[in-house]
Design a binder for this molecule. Sequence first.
Ligand SMILES: Nc1nc2c(ncn2[C@@H]2O[C@H](COP(=O)(O)OP(=O)(O)OP(=O)(O)O)[C@@H](O)[C@H]2O)c(=O)[nH]1
Ligand SMILES: [Mg+2]
Length: 299
Amino acid sequence: MAEKKNDINWFPGHMRKALNETGERLKLVDLVYETCDARIPFSSRNPELDKIIGDKPRIVILNKADLADPSKTPLWIKSLESEKTRACALESTHKKGFDKLNQITMELMKDKLEKAAEKGRIGRPVRVMVVGAPNTGKSTIINALAGRKAAVTGDKPGVTKDFKWIMTGGRLELMDMAGVLWPRIANAKSGICLTALGSVKEEVTDVVKVAYETLKIMYDIYPDLLKERYGVDMEIQAEEDAGYFQDPFYDIFLAMAKKRGCILSGGRIDEERFARLFLNDLREGRTGRITLEMPEDFK
Ligand SMILES: Nc1nc2c(ncn2[C@@H]2O[C@H](COP(=O)(O)OP(=O)(O)OP(=O)(O)O)[C@@H](O)[C@H]2O)c(=O)[nH]1
Ligand SMILES: [Mg+2]
């Protein structure tokens, strides 16, 4: 495999603008819903955004929980909660988890709403800004809360490019924001995970490199899922073919590609086709429910 660049950096103008404007817009809302991908709750949380949100009450939403490892999501929820920050899981395309989200929202707003009611503002709306990394499901969550398709959604990052207020018809007024990454993703594994699960535009990355690095991460955590999906005996391949200079994972990668019929004329392996297939399987949950990081990895 040809060596290509490893760093992942995607920070287009609309994201810089959204990040710059977040601080000012925060003054307009009571609460923040910060979305992350339940499969990578550390890597899909933006440290720049975290600083800007600061002490504002927030609910971290572990979205796409239907695709995450169900044994790990509760551990993440526990580790993310603190005095000003609550957390919950959502399966927003299946409309699951919203009762809990509403309950926490009202708990966090209780004092503020009571004070408003004392001043005669009974039933005052609750204003929420929805922020988070691209493609983590912000617009989908808003549509579920509004009960209609008020925001545009899509299965690629960077769909929402500017902020938009959406009234739910109930008590909530929601501000949909553009998904934002940050200028330098310092942790290489985070960059790989964000790309593998769809928060970084694939076109700016080396898809084979991303798939290959993701395979290594998956091999460490979920070797059985790989074995099941791709029918390759991981251990035997790794031990038998590992020459001194040969990366054993490369053989596994090639064996998996071959098994899935990614072969060019002349018999060469079509690495790029397999890389896309492998990543699509992973993103869409065909490989299984996965969570690629644990809270204790970041303590
Ligand atoms: N499986 C699953 N898919 C989801 C869930 N929530 C959203 N999606 C899908 O994820 C993709 C991205 O959803 P969006 O709502 O557009 O994400 P976004 O955060 O608004 O993205 P940007 O506007 O690009 O930042 C879409 O294809 C959704 O259908 C979920 O809970 N489970
Ligand atoms: Mg959006």
